[in-house]
Design a protein around this ligand. Structure first.
Ligand code: ZN
Length: 483
């Protein structure tokens, strides 16, 4: 089975609280909310867009800038439909679907079965059922044998399901004025496709020699039958993918290397804790037919331990398929060994939305301060949506004037907020809740001593700093380069 049960940690934020927090604090809104929403699509608000941009920048810096032989790419969302025929998506990018004949709702057959198994095992407190696998036959056997026990998640009726059938998840559109089979195209289901088709262009223009990698961050689209779990499973998603092109005989060591690299990125750069991440090796029934090996990193999400990212040994499957369908020779001649071969690929792939949920789950903390509870987002300062908040003690014009000068002296390089309404205590709490590492208070003394008070989010300690020194003080604290 793919998912483990959620753990019982009460201090951790649950999914309902997370969704409400994200809306209340301007991280994530439902798409088309004023029209009743559209399932599987979400909009990132003022703090959400800062956080996801910071996550993407952190990934890019680590994967692209820290490796001299990894190059960036931004390929088009719509490609020739032949690309998706070659990659196998047209034939095989499917999920098992069932309909309820009573209420006409559609469901992922595997999700319905998995949830029922989970429920039964919880009640009986033991795994008492035949082993579950993802094949359509096994799913149908399950649905048939237990039709008196598995009810429709929507209407609650028994025995109303059709048998499971495969549903292609690619979203389609038409390019050009005619709407027929000749103009049918797809919104890309993953970013990797454009990387494979640009392999030769990137290799030639950068004069790269194998091994080298191509990295891309971008949107992908999947017509999920039942999008759910907030931004975890959506119909429009964003991916961060790196494909590393290698010789066939170094697959094992490169696979180990990129697993470790990805793992360390999650721990050291993003700040997830060891207790919350774990490896999940794909069993024979989960692995794609071409993958020689596949490991996912699972995160302890509010809704259980689930996939955050994957590292896959894709063998020479991708370039071989594209050579066959395109007729182009994508083989590589290695001068050192005087051998020609089809490059093999190790892939490291991560969902931005999933990393967003993981990092908020990890950072969200409720702690007792005096006799009240403070919500604080203990994010690494590199990831914080707002780095510094400038807070004049009152709205008096003479104070505003100094505070605006302070704002101007530090703004421009990173996101700085200016806030002069409500009591200073409430404004501190607001900034704590969105994870702002430093609050700068401008008080009446500032006018005379040309200094401000800087408050640290985590320790809540305050320090008096000269205004002329503030920019370099903050840059130092935030680990930034000052110009
Ligand atoms: Zn129903």
């Amino acid at each position: 089975m793919k998912t483990d049960k959620p753990d019982k940690d009460k201090s951790k934020i649950n999914m309902e609280e997370l969704v409400s927090y994200c809306k209340r604090r301007g991280f994530v809104f439902q798409a088309s909310e004023i029209y009743g929403g559209i399932a599987g699509f979400w909009d990132y608000g003022p703090y959400g867009v800062e956080l996801i941009n910071n996550l993407k920048r952190a990934w890019w810096k680590t994967f692209v800038y820290q490796n001299p032989n990894i190059f960036g790419l931004d390929s088009a969302i719509i490609q020739s439909p032949k690309l998706w025929e070659a990659s196998g998506h047209v034939a095989g990018f499917v999920d098992p679907m069932i309909d309820c004949k009573e209420c006409k709702h559609r469901f992922r057959a595997d999700h319905v079965v998995e949830e029922w198994i989970e429920k039964v095992e919880k009640e009986q407190n033991a795994p008492a059922l035949p082993t579950y696998s993802e094949s359509l036959d096994v799913l149908n056997e399950y649905l048939d044998s237990f039709k008196k026990e598995i009810s429709c998640p929507n209407c609650g009726k028994f025995g109303t399901f059709t048998s499971a059938r495969q549903f292609n998840m690619m979203l389609t559109t038409h390019v050009g004025p005619a709407e027929d089979d000749t103009t049918l195209t797809y919104l890309r289901p993953e970013t990797a496709g454009g990387i494979y088709t640009n392999y030769e262009n990137v290799r030639e223009t950068t004069r790269a020699k194998i091994p080298f990698g191509i990295a891309q961050v971008g949107k992908a689209f999947r017509n999920e039958i039942t999008p759910r779990d907030f931004v975890f499973r959506t119909r429009e998603l964003e991916q961060m993918e790196m494909q590393y092109f290698i010789q066939p005989d170094v697959r094992e060591e490169e696979y180990a290397k990129w697993r470790e690299f990805t793992w360390n990125f999650l721990l050291d750069v993003i700040g997830l804790s060891k207790e919350n991440i774990s490896w999940h090796e794909h069993g024979e029934d989960e692995k794609a037919h071409y993958a020689a090996a596949a490991h996912d990193v699972y995160y302890n999400f509010p809704h259980g331990r689930k996939e955050l990212c994957g590292i896959h040994d894709r063998t020479d499957h991708d370039l071989t398929s594209h050579m066959k369908v395109s007729g182009r020779d994508l083989s590589y001649f290695d001068e050192a060994s005087a051998k020609r071969f089809t490059p093999n690929i190790i892939e490291s792939s991560m969902g931005v939305g999933r990393l967003f949920v993981a990092v908020l789950t990890e950072a969200y903390i409720e702690e007792e301060v005096g006799d009240e509870t403070r919500v604080v987002l203990k994010l690494k300062s590199e990831l914080a949506p707002v780095k510094v908040a400038i807070l004049p003690l009152s709205k008096k014009p003479e104070l505003s004037k100094v505070a605006k000068e302070v704002f101007a002296s530090v703004a421009g390089e990173y996101n700085v907020e200016y806030d002069e309404t409500q009591s200073i205590g409430k404004r501190y709490r607001r900034q704590d809740e969105i994870g702002t590492p430093y609050c700068v208070t401008v008080d009446f003394e500032s006018i005379d001593d040309q200094a401000v008070t800087v408050r640290d989010r985590d320790s809540m300690k305050q320090e008096r700093i000269k205004i002329v020194e503030l920019k370099s003080y903050l840059a130092d604290k935030l680990n930034l380069v000052v110009r």
